[in-house]
Design a binder for this molecule. Sequence first.
Ligand SMILES: Cc1cc2nc3c(=O)[nH]c(=O)nc-3n(C[C@H](O)[C@H](O)[C@H](O)COP(=O)(O)OP(=O)(O)OC[C@H]3O[C@@H](n4cnc5c(N)ncnc54)[C@H](O)[C@@H]3O)c2cc1C
Length: 303
Amino acid sequence: MRIAQETAAALGIEARLIDAAEAERLAPHFKPGAARRILHVPSDGWVDPARVAIGFATRAGELGARLLPFTAVQGLLSEGGRATGVTTPRGPIHAPVVVDAAGGWTARVAAGAGIALPLIPVRHQLFITEAIPGVEPLQPIVRLVEASVYVRYEQGGLMFGGYEDAPRVLGREGLPAGFQIAALELDLGVLRGLVDEVAAHFPALRDAKIVVHRGGAPTMTPDGRPILGRVPGLDGLFVASGCCVGGLSLSPAAGRALADLIVDGKSDPDLAPISVERFSAAPRDPAALEAACVAQYARRYTH
Ligand SMILES: Cc1cc2nc3c(=O)[nH]c(=O)nc-3n(C[C@H](O)[C@H](O)[C@H](O)COP(=O)(O)OP(=O)(O)OC[C@H]3O[C@@H](n4cnc5c(N)ncnc54)[C@H](O)[C@@H]3O)c2cc1C
């Protein structure tokens, strides 16, 4: 938490320690108990994830990008050590630049060109309760660091999600081609276990009916940081992945920085520290990669 506070200060983001009474006033469904430190970031907020993706796509289309939804990349095309496009069921698409941003499938797409990317999709889940009196949209998101859970308003009730110790790994080589997230097997028991740990802080979660339970396959990296930038070994190939369950928040800055790198050859901030090259000396043993990625996911807020 001290690091979070220092980072916020360095970035000019207001973040101040508050006492339990103020925390409960701001988020009445939260009972801080004997919390040692409570950091409040007034500008923190949330967005509808689906609308973020649709918003980016719509704007890209308005700016002239050609969108081909439901068109799977089947392979990468290359010539003389340079990416030259992709193959799809609709035929090849030739392009001087290819960005592998295939989420849980990123490693599988790159593997088609013989490139190993160190990231692994794991299951992450949340649930939303029925409406709860007193829970309001503008109340802060509450994150409990030790338990690594988050709680916020959603659809009149509370959204609850968290990072268990041993998440389900969804494939060391990435998600299978054609896998639909809707087919992901969920396990409410994982979330119920986390609720049990923090129920004293969120009494409303004990009995509220769960109306939505969903999950997805965010990608984790061995150091818990995203992978963004050039892919060594194939000029013109870039990667934007390994978002470690933070891809929505990162997306505006990540998209801008990667676009600048592609168009201008450089970006501000410099993406070198989060390029895949940082792993060039790391062992590529699949079991070790999986263990490192799982360790980054487990109780994520404590890292
Ligand atoms: C339950 C849950 C809660 C989350 N909460 C947050 C949060 O609060 N804040 C936050 O910042 N992040 C959150 N995340 C993480 C966030 O959703 C991801 O980091 C983000 O979606 C990653 O974006 P992406 O574009 O890299 O991958 P994705 O969103 O997975 O998109 C990848 C796309 O590539 C497509 N694709 C795959 N293979 C191919 C192929 N061969 N050809 C063509 N297309 C292909 C897929 O169909 C998909 O549309 C959450 C995730 C989950 C599951």
